[in-house]
Design a protein around this ligand. Structure first.
Ligand SMILES: [Zn+2]
Length: 446
């Protein structure tokens, strides 16, 4: 992790004029740049494998610390061999770009003038995306393209400084503040384009369709493009669910997954708070090397109701209630798996009896840096032990207290970012029992 860069001498001088010592601001820790608003216009080739166009983002410095630069995360450059990369950013406006860093997944853009607190600015750039081969969250499976994490997004600066953590293929290292997206995708009419947000199609040039997807209060934007078969239904709570399937998946499998999607969305909303978006796209392909992958309003999944319930639980745990997925992956994965157990009517009876730590360093709350060094233990500990710890917490404080805890904790961090310390404080506030030994026993540190 890189530490915060020093503020410029000029900015420090202006702070001294105001009578505020710079050192006080260095510890402010407010997450910034905040309220990013992305506008993207992309056009694809005939197969939907390359996308070119323009992206701009407007943001505000929420921190009392001046903002002298921003960083774009070009996450999918981890899929290339740096410096040969699938995501290309050129013609940057609104700042001066530096050479790519963090394995080509970060681009520093120095702003022309430091932004004071509550000041806003924009940067823009031309963008090219080339989807690589492979049934992946960023990849092409035959004629089907999956375009996750491809749009450059703003890195976060907080009490730890700039977050320029590496990409991980074992899970996620994405950490983004709540944002708005307005994305226009010009593509062949023969390709359907499931996407984050609510989409409206209009005719484009001959043989082409323009899909405009808008999404408010989401952390990322993902889409797909291919000759999918699409079915649509609506939950009892009024959320539109679109299921897109590749040609090798049967209509009966898709229908079964549609039922799971609707039921899981309603069940999770009942437990964690009403689903705040109008539409969810579920994209099915049994060739993915993973069970599923979550994006706001857009999930990739194999035919597995458990995987789908898990990815849809991420709409709350990571999506609505954000977390730093690199530092605290358990805050979304353990919670998504716990939600999936509840959806499946499982209570984790005696699950802690099977816990067997591999070392004294192994903890549920370890970061992806640890799990990338111990990949064989990631799923066992973060998903398995993590959800069991939450079952045990419910047994420790009582079912009603646990239900209220999760609902109130979600409400307290709705569209925000939570930390392990935030969750522990919320849990402790939900019970008169002292949870200190519970956290120690369950290796929940922070
Ligand atoms: Zn997950």
């Amino acid at each position: 992790m890189l530490r915060r860069v020093l503020i410029s001498a000029a900015a420090a001088a202006s702070l001294l004029v105001l009578g505020v010592p710079p050192a006080a601001h260095a510890a402010d820790g407010i997450r910034t740049p905040s309220k990013p608003s992305y506008t993207v216009t992309l056009s694809s080739n005939t197969s939907g494998t390359t996308w070119t166009g323009h992206e701009s983002v407007t943001f505000t410095n929420a921190s009392a610390d001046p903002l002298t630069e921003v960083y774009l995360r070009l996450w999918d450059n981890a899929h290339g061999s740096c410096p040969s990369t699938p995501i290309t950013v050129t013609n940057v406006t609104g700042g001066t770009p530096s050479a790519l860093s963090a394995g080509c997944t970060a681009m520093k853009i120095t702003l022309p003038a430091a932004l004071a607190q509550n000041q806003s600015a924009s940067v823009g750039f031309d963008l090219s995306i080339v989807v690589p081969s492979g049934a992946d969250r960023f990849g092409r499976d035959g004629s089907y393209n999956f375009v996750g994490n491809a749009l450059p997004v703003l890195a976060v600066r907080d009490a730890s400084g700039w977050h320029l953590d590496p990409y991980t293929n074992n899970g996620e290292s994405f950490y983004a503040l709540i944002s708005d997206y307005d994305v226009t995708l010009d593509h062949p009419t023969s390709l359907l384009v499931p996407a984050t947000g609510t989409s409206v199609d209009t005719p484009g040039a001959s043989g082409r369709t323009v899909t405009r997807a808008t999404a408010k209060n989401v952390r990322e934007f993902a889409w797909g493009a291919g000759p999918f078969t699409k079915t649509t239904s609506t939950t009892t709570t009024g959320v539109t669910v679109n299921v897109y399937r590749v040609s090798s998946i049967s209509s009966s499998s898709a229908s079964s997954m549609m039922t799971t999607a609707k039921n899981a969305l309603v069940a999770h909303a009942g437990r964690f708070g009403a689903f705040p978006y109008a539409e969810v796209d579920v994209v099915l392909d049994n060739n993915f090397w993973f069970g599923g992958m979550e994006y706001p309003g857009f999930v990739l999944d194999v035919i597995s109701s458990t995987a789908l319930a898990h990815e849809l639980a991420h709409q709350w745990w990571y999506g609505i209630v954000g977390d730093d997925e690199y530092t605290s992956p358990w805050l979304d994965e353990s919670f998504a798996d716990y939600a999936t157990d509840l959806y499946n009517g499982l209570s984790g009876t005696n699950c802690w009896n099977s816990v067997s730590w591999q070392s004294s360093a192994e903890k549920i709350t370890n970061s992806m840096a640890y799990w990338d060094a111990h990949p064989s233990r990631y799923s066992t500990v973060v998903y398995g032990y993590g959800k069991c710890a939450l079952h045990d917490l419910r047994r420790a404080i009582g079912t009603t207290a646990m239900e209220n805890l999760l609902r109130n904790y979600a409400a307290a961090h709705w569209y925000g970012v939570s930390t392990t310390a935030d969750f522990k404080a919320a849990a402790q506030a939900a019970t008169s029992a002292d949870l200190s030994s519970f956290w120690t026993t369950h290796r929940i540190d922070g």
